[in-house]
Ligand binder design. Structure first.
Ligand code: FO1
Length: 306
């Protein structure tokens, strides 16, 4: 089996973990959104890459949905005493990753190479590929002006209304050359936020073109279940963009690219709407609470290819 999985954030990482239990490292490449990345306190922070790496390394903090398990906060507490900004919380163990990545990048390694170095150090053999090694930064447009993604998402807790998004630097960015489109059995768009986790990946120049030219079926899993995002601001963004927060609306967002859309049992009645968009619709449990849920969804998705 040869699969390309596009992912960002917590929901995507869950399905990637399920796939990692079904496939071996030579059978899948995980292409990760880097639009959330930002420079903070002199570090290159890469949240979606770190969420996936921690998840595949079984070190992730599943309560917070980001950072590491068994974390301590001595640094950030001391930093606060010194008047440092602490709206973006860096745990002590997590800090080691940022310091090490900064070393690797300043030694001239690409983000892809630095990511592979960290993954290897934690025993993760699966290829974790940034969508590009060039800087791409998601900007959230609001009625009060543009916000850098982490200011919107963390500092302002997703409270501002969104009016649109931009991906600074994307026009000049080069698609990660390590992404292998040859002989693919499937391309899987994981259940991540379509606007700020998936679109940045799809909008990297030549990505859509290479996906279509691969001839592989493109399967997306809905991140919206029964009008709600499992985690994060997807449904809120859709309402603010005057898009119904429904699984069918997400399907429409991927129209002309996605062949098959996987929806949750709670949205079974939307199957006809999805099919009316020219896609195949498949219904299963897409809410992933346990590891078995993650594995079962991955098996279901990969089983559609059989
Ligand atoms: N998200 C938060 O809501 N609060 C934080 O303090 C925070 C710190 C943080 C540190 C490192 C890291 O890799 C991610 C972190 N995140 C935090 C998550 C991150 O902002 C978001 O999960 C992603 O950008 C959204 O996919």
């Amino acid at each position: 089996m040869k699969v390309l999985a596009l992912t960002g954030g917590v929901g995507g990482a869950k399905l990637c973990l399920g796939m990692a239990h079904c496939l071996d490292p030579t059978e899948v490449q995980f292409v990760v959104n880097t639009g959330d990345d930002f420079d903070h306190l002199g570090f290159h922070i890469s949240p979606d890459i770190d969420t996936l790496t921690y998840t595949l390394a079984d070190r992730s903090n599943t309560e917070l949905g980001w950072g590491r398990r068994d974390e301590s906060w001595q640094f950030i507490e001391s930093f606060e005493e010194l008047g440092g900004k602490t709206w973006f919380r860096l745990g002590d163990r997590d800090l080691a990753l940022h310091v090490r990545r900064r070393e690797l990048l300043s030694d001239g390694q690409t983000l892809t190479e630095a990511t592979a170095h960290v993954a290897k150090a934690w025993g993760v053999d699966f290829p974790i590929l940034p969508m590009s090694d060039d800087p791409i930064r998601t900007i959230v447009h609001t009625p009060d002006g543009p916000l850098k993604f982490q200011h919107y998402f963390v500092r302002d807790r997703c409270e501002p209304s969104v009016t649109g998004f931009a991906f600074d630097g994307i026009e000049a960015a080069t698609l990660n050359p390590k992404i292998d489109f040859d002989g693919l059995d499937a391309i899987v768009i994981c259940p991540s936020n379509p606007f700020v986790s998936v679109d940045p990946v799809l909008d990297v120049p030549r990505m859509r073109e290479r996906m279509k030219a691969s001839g592989a079926p493109i399967i997306a899993i809905s991140p919206i279940v029964h009008g709600q995002a499992i985690k994060g601001p997807t449904a809120k963004m859709m309402r603010e963009l005057s898009i119904p927060a429904t699984t069918a609306s997400v399907a429409a967002h991927y129209q002309d690219l996605v062949d098959t859309f996987v929806i949750d049992e709670l949205d079974a009645d939307a199957a006809n709407d999805v099919q009316a968009l020219g896609m195949k619709a498949h219904v299963t449990q897409t809410v992933m609470k346990s590891l078995d849920d993650r594995i079962d969804l991955a098996k279901f998705v990969l089983g559609l290819l059989a």
